[in-house]
Design a protein around this ligand. Structure first.
Ligand code: PHE
Length: 446
């Protein structure tokens, strides 16, 4: 068997793993979810979810991955073979393909909009004009499929080049650029007229807006944003060398991801309020508000494309990790070559992604599914991007806490470093994370 991939350095791992974590989830999903859920109160709930629910699961996934040096299915089997646990591994592998399928639709839009801004489509245009352009853009079926295919093909191309030669190398280039562009935009946004009202909305918690739905949204967002619950971090952890400091690396990933999400809010809300726009308008924010804004300020010719380049880079480092999970499964368990696995699974994700791509206006029947009253994309996001990740995270916490035993996980983490917070972590992973996830999941069905 060919040798399994490995990260070349700790910083390479941190950049690749935070590349997975930092994505449209931070820059696009976080601001609009916060906007739709009352701003500051949601932000606080989100931070709490990250700290007491998600961070413990992050350590669980990383330690399980590094201990077994396996893809998610192999990792569960190596510790305890049984249909339930194997099933959770498979759920992760399938979830990877499914999230890749719909996520790449929005990722494709970022590329489409980058081109549109370069071509100057938004100059001398009204807010209504921007909305009309968005509608005709999403209603064009061939364009939608073309952009989806384009994005998945780039993802395949990088994953096919391997762990250190493809994923690590590309993350090392893309992540610093991404952080640089983001900071530039935060500064630009904060210096706009009327920025202060946006900041107030973003930071001042209004607890009267908090409902069970807000809490579910905050937790789901934490898992999605940190790439947890489907074995992506487990897979990335499996390429870590034993001597690396796992607790430290994992914490860095969480810190970076959280900072980027918070910064995204500082980029979006001042911008929205400076234009007197509605912060609760949902998922269209990025494509309806931003072009108008950044193209109509001095230097817009430059800022517009740069903004969408930021989104595209962030999305790419994330789609890579979604594809890597099923690919590592095929390599480890089925003996496939990396190239073959990347092309075939990527191709499948492309086919599955087509209904999501067409559900945003091109095919009206997919835009409002009879039973669910949402579009196909929204359904996929709910099922795979939220429920499946929460269910997966619940079982990972139970598995590490009780089946593998948190003591063993602590031993694994201590191979490369001290882990002074081990007792706190053990308590959280055994009692707090699973109990809260279960409560919140039950809340969804009630
Ligand atoms: N964390 C990514 C983001 O924030 C999305 C993602 C989810 C990536 C699950 C991998 C696995 O955009």
């Amino acid at each position: 068997m060919a040798q399994r991939g490995k990260w070349n350095s700790k910083i390479g791992f941190i950049l690749a793993a935070s590349g997975s974590a930092v994505g449209l989830g931070n820059l696009w999903r976080f601001p609009y979810t916060a906007g739709a859920n009352g701003g500051g109160a949601f932000v606080l709930l989100y931070l709490a979810s990250v700290l007491i629910i998600a961070l413990p699961v992050m350590m669980a996934e990383l330690s399980m991955g590094r201990f077994t040096q396996q893809n998610p299915v192999g990792a569960f089997r190596a510790i305890r073979d049984g249909w339930l646990w194997k099933g959770i591994g498979y759920l992760g592998v399938i979830t990877g393909v499914m999230i890749l399928s719909f996520y790449s639709v929005i990722a494709g839009w970022t590329v489409g909009y980058m081109v549109k801004t370069i071509l100057g489509h938004f100059r001398t245009i009204t807010p209504e004009g921007v909305a009309a352009q968005f509608a005709s853009f999403t209603a064009n079926p061939w364009l939608q499929i073309l952009l989806l295919a384009f994005f998945i093909i780039i993802t395949i191309w990088i994953v096919a080049r391997g762990v250190s030669g493809g994923i690590e190398k590309s993350s090392k280039i893309m992540m610093p650029i991404l952080l640089g562009i983001l900071i530039l935009f935060v500064i630009r946004s904060l210096t706009l007229d009327g920025a202060a009202r946006g900041i107030e909305f973003y930071l001042k918690p209004d607890f009267s807006k908090v409902t069970a739905k807000t809490i579910i949204a905050a937790m789901g967002q934490a898992f999605f944003s940190l790439s947890l619950g489907m074995g992506a971090m487990m897979t990335y952890g499996s390429y870590l060398k034993k001597e690396e400091n796992l607790a430290n690396a994992g914490t860095w990933v969480v810190i970076l991801d959280t900072c980027v999400a918070l910064l995204a809010g500082f980029m979006i809300f001042p911008a929205i309020f400076s234009q007197g726009m509605d912060p609760a308008q949902g998922s269209g924010i990025m494509f309806n508000v931003i072009p108008f804004l950044f193209v109509n300020i001095p230097g817009g010719m430059f800022f517009g494309p740069l903004f969408f380049a930021l989104l595209a880079l962030a999305a790419l480092t994330s789609t890579i990790s979604m594809l890597e999970v099923p690919v590592s499964y095929m390599i480890d368990q089925k003996g496939w070559g990396r190239k073959k696995a990347a092309y075939i699974i990527g191709g499948i994700a492309l086919l599955i992604g087509i209904p999501s791509a067409l559900s945003q206006g091109a095919v009206p029947a997919l835009g409002k599914l009879p039973l669910f009253h949402i579009d196909f994309f929204g359904l996929w996001d709910l099922v795979w991007g939220n429920l499946s990740l929460s269910v997966g995270a619940f079982f990972i916490a139970i598995f590490v806490g009780y089946v593998w035993k948190s003591r063993k996980a602590v031993e694994e983490i201590r191979q490369g470093s001290r882990f002074a917070l081990a007792p706190v972590w053990s308590f959280l992973i055994k009692f707090v994370s699973p109990a809260l996830i279960l409560l919140i999941l039950l809340g969804i069905f009630i």
